[in-house]
Design a protein around this ligand. Structure first.
Ligand code: G1P
Length: 278
């Protein structure tokens, strides 16, 4: 008899409350997570990845200026009606992707912009399971195998937290959380430092926007003081989690674009235009 392994990661937190200053002026009225890769907003790629990984609920950590995200994931009955009336039924699937029926979308507000760690903390009351996922929509992953799904598989088989990492260039190192590996095991994390100077970086392995974390992180976040750049940093809470729990890294096979930067965003559009039908 084949026993289906039940994943213990059912929920994903998607922080979308940032101001998107690097993309002003467009982000004055359009959240950066709604920026399109041709015709699909970044948020759709994150939803697809979460769905493919078996996630059942996405908790958006948002703020009052991000109504368009709520609008995007809510079925618009009036729009459905208009499409049907004008014989444009073929668009119904596009505006109501199948996976929207399988995922519950929840929203919680981050009232003050106190940092990434603080944003994640706002989702605390939604998470009952021992582990949960975090996805950053501006880290666009295009790969054959589902990156988040692979991370969940590692969590299922080890019961450890898992961080998505990539090899950063010297220029990128001061912009990311940087990992020091355990000398004896090339999958186990020894230390994580938020945005170090190149001279202090223990490696070039940088964390990008894919995390599977133990829910103990919430208690640690509650105690986390303001850190780098005057913000409550998730990285500082992860560093404390490391004192009692094992963390592993996952390097996926595929393309990743930092769509929080203009260059990464343009590269993503160029790559998508060349390699995908749309
Ligand atoms: C955040 C984290 C950083 C991580 C990065 C991934 O930084 O603080 O450790 O490497 O996300 O995208 P931010 O992008 O909010 O500056």
């Amino acid at each position: 008899m084949i026993l289906k392994v039940m994943s213990q990661v059912k929920k994903a937190v998607l922080p979308v409350a940032g101001m998107g200053t690097r993309f002003y002026p467009i982000t004055k009225s359009i959240p950066k997570e709604m920026l399109p890769i041709i015709d699909r907003p970044l948020i759709q790629f994150a939803i697809d990845e979460a769905f493919n990984a078996g996630i059942e609920e996405i908790i958006f950590v948002t703020n009052h200026t991000k109504d368009s995200i709520k609008h995007y994931v809510t079925e618009q009955l009036e729009l459905n009606k208009r499409l049907i009336q004008s014989n444009k039924e073929n668009y119904l699937k596009l505006v109501n992707p199948n996976n929207f029926d399988s995922i519950t979308f929840s929203f919680v507000e981050q009232k003050e912009p106190l940092g990434f760690g603080h944003a994640v903390l706002q989702a605390k009351d939604f998470i009952d399971e021992p582990f949960f996922a975090i996805l950053l929509a501006d880290d666009l992953v295009l790969s054959e195998k589902c990156c988040l799904g692979e991370m969940i598989a590692i969590n299922n088989s080890t019961n450890d937290s898992v961080l998505g990492v990539f090899e950063a260039s010297d220029f990128q190192i001061p912009q990311f959380g940087i990992i020091e590996m355990d000398g004896n095991d090339n999958e186990i994390v020894k230390q994580i430092i938020e945005k170090p100077d190149i001279k202090d970086a223990p490696s070039n392995l940088a964390v990008f926007g894919r995390y599977i974390l133990s829910k103990e992180i919430f208690e640690l976040l509650e105690e986390t003081q303001v850190g780098k750049n005057g913000e409550i940093q998730l990285t500082d809470a992860i560093q404390r989690l490391l004192q009692t729990r094992m963390l592993r890294i996952h390097q996926f096979d595929g393309m990743k674009f930092d769509c929080g930067s203009k260059k990464g965003y343009v590269d993503a559009i160029k790559f998508y235009a060349k390699n995908y039908d749309f």
